[in-house]
Design a protein around this ligand. Structure first.
Ligand code: BES
Ligand code: MN
Ligand code: ZN
Length: 501
């Protein structure tokens, strides 16, 4: 599928279907939608007057052009109320329109950019959002299907007549293709069945991505992980026949900078729960338990593409959590790379374990900020559902940056408190900390353990167990693995300036 730009008049553009838009409450369309309306002898105005099309967000309706323009069909997409319009709504409308055009059997669509004029977005931002929504909305995972879906949209071309706006639109569309492509790469990784993406394969994927996008990549195997004293990762992987990996991605900009951001993602390629075996239903999508790690790899791909002026390190501890004969056991005590000991109360709380060693490893870069991202707890699904990731932090300034990035990208996060009182719940009678904290505040006690391994550096923990996989079918997030996090993390990097206050 090809997303492109063209300069010219959309009325004359050679395509199967032309996509234009309408805000809720507008009675006489203006701009390109107005031009199409006139070319169709006022059919769009008639539909509005009759109440057949209101412009509600993501509402669609198609009509035949009957020779009024080069394309045979016109697809209208609603943008909702003008004063409620956002970048995310631009993404949604583009995703919805592209999918509808595909369902209609169109091969080549031409579209205007949504919301750059009266929507109040800059042309570059609006075009970027439109391209993202298109690339993300059309995503399908067909690797294991013999009969691929026959309905394929070959191209979506964003057409802009204005000379000055055209270069901004081209830039935005090209950025949006890169950003959407990175998120789809994350989706592919997270969707791949557990047996086809063990730790070594995840590391291989990271390493070939690094080659392609100009990043340094180092992969540590079990011996090297042992040499780094990352015994907790080794402990988690002991029950598995698949050797663990520790993935290090390094982007150092050409220009000197004293700013380093460390991104750390949970890379459990399959989580059975270990000896504390999960029941069948709960295990069903545990191939996605490396979604946090995949989103770090996806964010690093964007870092490689856009090459910002800040050093960025991506770390992914990759392991299976299996109940093999050599598996670690409840009651075991593991010693992390910084010397702290962890009592294993439940082998199913393995994400915080592999992250603990990875957070220790991050310290060698003297990071200005650390952000970890993980499908850590079922409790965060109970708290926030599928519409926001949980955020926990030791630094309000860094948290504010991540929240802002969440608003821009539509990958929203919501803060849960991390008061010292919660640390009581993870005190252990035999070790420095214990890996569970009981039913109460299950997401927060996970973060309370991680906090012991960040050395008081500015740190944000993102619990994405509720948002990484979705059974909702949203305009640009089809059912399945969402790829949440790559855009969010990259946005933080992109907006990074001279450090935190
Ligand atoms: N990978 C799971 C969390 C999860 C649950 C992700 C549902 C996606 C959907 C994690 O490793 C886990 O098992 N957490 C336990 C922790 C508990 C034992 C303290 C949980 O949430 O039940
Ligand atoms: Mn688990
Ligand atoms: Zn897990």
């Amino acid at each position: 599928m090809n997303v492109a730009t063209a300069q010219g008049n959309i009325l004359e553009h050679d395509a199967d279907i032309v996509i234009v838009n309408l805000f809720d409450g507008v009675t006489t369309p203006s701009g390109a939608t107005g031009a199409v309306d006139r070319a169709l002898d006022g059919q769009i105005s008639n539909l509005i007057a009759a109440g057949d099309f209101e412009g509600k967000l993501n509402e669609t309706l198609y009509l035949y052009a009957n020779g009024g323009l080069s394309a045979r069909r016109v697809l209208l997409v609603g943008l909702g109320k003008q004063e409620e319009f956002t970048l995310d709504r631009a993404r949604q409308a583009a995703g919805k329109a592209a999918r509808t055009a595909r369902d209609l059997g169109a091969k080549r669509a031409a579209s205007i950019v949504h919301g750059a004029g009266i929507g109040g977005l800059s042309p570059v931002d609006a075009a970027c959002a439109a391209a993202e929504g298109t690339v993300l909305g059309l995503y399908r995972y067909e690797r294991y299907k013999s009969d691929k879906d026959k309905k394929v949209l070959d191209s979506v071309t964003f057409v802009e007549a204005d000379d000055e706006k055209f270069s901004a639109v081209s830039q935005g569309v090209s950025d949006g293709i890169a950003i959407g492509g990175a998120q789809n790469f994350v989706r592919d990784l997270a969707t791949t069945p557990g047996s086809d993406l063990p730790p070594a394969a995840l590391a291989e994927a990271a390493s070939s991505m690094a080659q392609e996008f100009g990043l340094q990549c180092t992969i540590l195997g079990p011996e090297e992980i042992a040499a780094e004293n990352m015994n907790v990762i080794l402990g988690v992987s002991r029950g598995s026949a698949q050797p663990c990996r520790f993935i290090v991605l390094d982007y150092t900009p050409d220009e000197a900078t004293d700013q380093t951001i460390a991104l750390v993602g949970k890379g459990i390629t399959f989580d059975t729960g270990g000896l504390n075996l999960k029941p069948g239903d709960s295990m069903r999508h545990m191939e996605c338990d490396m979604a946090g790690g995949a989103s770090v790899i996806g964010a690093m791909r964007l870092v490689g593409h856009f090459r910002p002026n800040v050093r960025v390190i991506g770390l992914v501890p990759a392991s299976e959590n299996m109940p093999g004969g050599n598996a670690f056991k409840p009651g075991d005590v593991l010693r992390a790379a910084n010397g702290k000991t962890i009592e294993i109360d439940n082998t199913d709380a393995e994400g915080r374990l592999v992250l603990a060693d990875a957070l220790c490893y991050a310290q060698r870069y003297n990071p200005s900020a650390i952000i970890d991202i993980a499908t850590l707890t079922g409790a965060v699904i109970v708290a926030l559902g599928q519409h926001a990731g949980g955020l926990m932090t030791n630094h309000a300034g860094l948290a504010a940056r991540v929240k802002d990035a969440g608003e821009v990208t539509g990958e929203r996060v919501w803060e849960l408190p991390l008061w010292p009182e919660y640390e009581e719940q993870v005190k252990s009678p035999v070790a420095d900390v214990k890996n569970t904290g009981g039913r109460a505040a299950g997401s927060i006690t996970g973060a309370a353990l991680l906090k012991l391994f960040v050395d008081d550096k500015p740190w944000v923990h993102l619990d994405v167990a509720g948002v990484d996989y979705t059974d909702l079918d949203r305009p640009y997030i089809p059912k399945g693995s969402s790829g949440f996090g790559a855009r969010l993390l990259f946005q933080v990097v992109r907006d990074w300036e001279d450090g935190l206050d």
